[in-house]
Design a protein around this ligand. Structure first.
Ligand code: OMP
Length: 222
């Protein structure tokens, strides 16, 4: 785990974005932790968040031409990332997002901002089932562009619908295999677990065993 990844986990906990307890997911699974990116909700928090995404992108060495934020949650994430790349990495890149509702007047279309051309880097929060990514891939294909990869904040490292079995794959691994693109995350669940075990205070450390159990039941290899 690199320094920026440890700092990101601390930042997410401090902002109330990464929480421990009992949470029912979209899938119906009861998870001992939850990551709610909607709680990065001040100018300062978004600015810092954008720097973490930019750091992860730089560390990945990915090549891309346009940053894309899928509606709704990806929009501020991609915007903050675009600002951080310009301000801190001297990379002023085109930025676009989609609207969910088709527009029948004005400029028309459902893409706002830069034209989708070349290699598109998708910025999102968490991939669980991969539904949001499938929708974005259709938009990119329709525009005649190609996807360069997906960047997310947290890789939950858990398998799709079918539980158990030696061949279980995560939704992220499915996205990588199906579209032939990498999915880069700022941090993984393994890093969160390592953080709890090595660096967190006692109050947080006690959540580690529930996470290990959850990982054993639903997890995939890192
Ligand atoms: P997919 O679009 O199906 O991949 O699911 C991603 C969604 O899962 C997110 O946009 C959230 O609504 C939700 N989610 C989180 O945001 N954080 C989590 O830790 C877990 C989930 C989830 O419900 O699985």
């Amino acid at each position: 785990m690199q320094a920026y990844q440890r700092e990101f986990i601390e930042f997410a906990i401090e902002q109330g974005v990464l929480k421990f307890g009992e949470f029912t997911l979209k899938s119906g699974r009861v998870s001992p932790y939850f990551f709610n990116a909607g709680l990065f909700r001040s100018g300062g928090a978004l600015a810092r968040l954008g720097r973490f995404y930019a750091d992860a992108i730089e560390a990945s060495g990915l090549g891309y031409d346009v940053l894309f934020g899928p509606a709704y949650k990806g929009i501020p994430l991609a915007a903050a990332t675009a600002v951080a790349l310009a301000d801190h990495h001297d990379r002023d890149l085109p930025f676009a997002f989609n609207r969910k509702e088709a527009k029948d007047h004005g400029e028309g279309g459902n893409i706002v901002g830069a034209e989708l051309a070349g290699r598109i880097l998708i910025i999102d929060d968490v991939i669980t089932a991969g539904t949001a990514v499938r929708e974005v891939m259709a938009l990119i294909e329709a525009a005649g562009a190609e996807a360069a990869g997906v960047v997310i904040a947290l890789d939950r490292q858990e398998c799709g619908q079918a539980e158990g079995g030696a061949e279980r794959r995560s939704a992220i691994q499915e996205v990588e295999a199906r579209y032939g693109i990498p999915v880069v995350s700022i941090v993984t669940l393994d890093m969160v677990l390592a953080y709890l075990e090595r660096y967190a205070g006692e109050a947080l450390q006690r959540h580690a065993s529930a996470i290990r159990d959850y990982r054993a039941r639903y997890g995939v290899a890192g």
